[in-house]
Design a binder for this molecule. Structure first.
Ligand SMILES: [Fe+2]
Ligand SMILES: [Fe+2]
Length: 150
């Protein structure tokens, strides 16, 4: 069974990534801070797309009371998320720090678009911490219970 990230989340990551690439090309401090941010974001996005977000594709089926044994394949992903979560939350803290710098650089330059982008990325990371990561872990717990695995 393939676990594909729900389309709106793929689109959100793509939009944020394109916006970040744009910011890295701005001359001066905004571009410099955006490049620093990109170095943190790229490996972080990769991990999210590998194992943190794909389990969410099972939410509609599980919420509808549907379960099939092939779903147990998701445990490989959710187990990895459980192990990597503290590190990923620490990455968010670093990302938040650089986003504050980006916000400051954007404000100084009068670059409203970059300031808005920084705000969107903060919102994105907060939603992940409060909703997506816990929901992905819940998928794992639920599937474990239904497959009798511990
Ligand atoms: Fe993300
Ligand atoms: Fe994230």
């Amino acid at each position: 069974m393939q676990f594909r990230i729900p389309t709106p989340l793929v689109q959100e990551h793509e939009a944020l990534h394109s916006r970040l690439v744009l910011a890295t090309k701005v001359p001066g401090p905004v571009g410099r801070v955006a490049n620093k941010l990109a170095k943190l974001m790229d490996p972080h996005f990769t991990k999210e797309e590998l194992f943190a977000l794909p389990p969410l594709v099972l939410l509609p089926a599980l919420a509808g009371g549907k379960f099939s044994p092939e779903m147990s394949g998701v445990l490989e992903l959710t187990d990895q998320l459980e192990i990597e979560l503290p590190g990923m939350l620490a990455e968010h803290q670093k990302i938040f720090g650089v986003l504050q710098e980006l916000l400051a650089a954007g404000e100084t330059a009068g670059d409203t678009a970059t300031c808005e982008f920084a705000g969107q990325l903060m919102h994105h990371a907060t939603v992940e911490e409060q909703v997506f990561y816990p929901a992905a872990l819940l998928v794992g717990h639920w599937v474990k219970e239904h497959t009798g695995r511990t």
